[in-house]
Design a protein. Sequence first.
Length: 254
Amino acid sequence: MRKKFIAGNWKMYKTTAEAVAFAKAFKRLYADAGADAEAGVCAPFTQLAALKDAFAGSGVKLGAQNVHFEENGAYTGEISAPMLKEIGVDYAIVGHSERREYFAETDETVNKKLHKLYEYNILPILCVGEKLDQRDAGKAETVVKAQVEKDLSGLLPAQIDLLVIAYEPVWAIGTGRTATPEQAQEMCAFIRRTVASLYSAAAADKLRVQYGGSVKPDNAAEILGKADVDGALVGGASLVPEDFIRIVNFSANA
Ligand code: PEP
């Protein structure tokens, strides 16, 4: 049985003081909530060490939002997997559409990053998803399948067991426009079938597939109620503890 995983993506928001204040408040809410799902926060690099301390003992997972694919080197401004490991992060987002769009992330670099993260036992949250024109042209599945195939290239079955894939239709991110629960279910199930054909039904059964794109407290229960939606990657609604806990504890809103 896959436990649902709700991860916040804070993007480029919050100072460290604001992040620690969030953690203190969220820890209390998470402890009281009898939470339906595992919760995690993917924060800017500068906040990670302070958040590691602030979330200690809470069970809230800590994630980065990116990583470089090399171990070290002359890559000004970049952060490596061993640097993240030293802080004790659990997860790292890879291939978010904003990085694909604004920072020239490609399936090739995404693939290299996944391999490097596994070397350091940091679990990837791999983002895939189609743009609006691709969906309108009936190409959503073709686009997502190609991303999954290229991004996972060379990974071992045991690594797939630990993977999280976030299906994030680009047209639904930060737009207030959400995929319908049926669209989310269809594509999450399609991703699982794709992984089953690349690896095995057993690996696909363990894989957690999140939906991401304007998930809010008021729509979370319906989306997360779908059989193949194993959680959510949440941007805007993860910034306020009282909103985020309502998503983590989604069944209370059903
Ligand atoms: C995201 O950043 O991954 C995301 C899904 O953002 P939002 O929830 O704000 O659409």
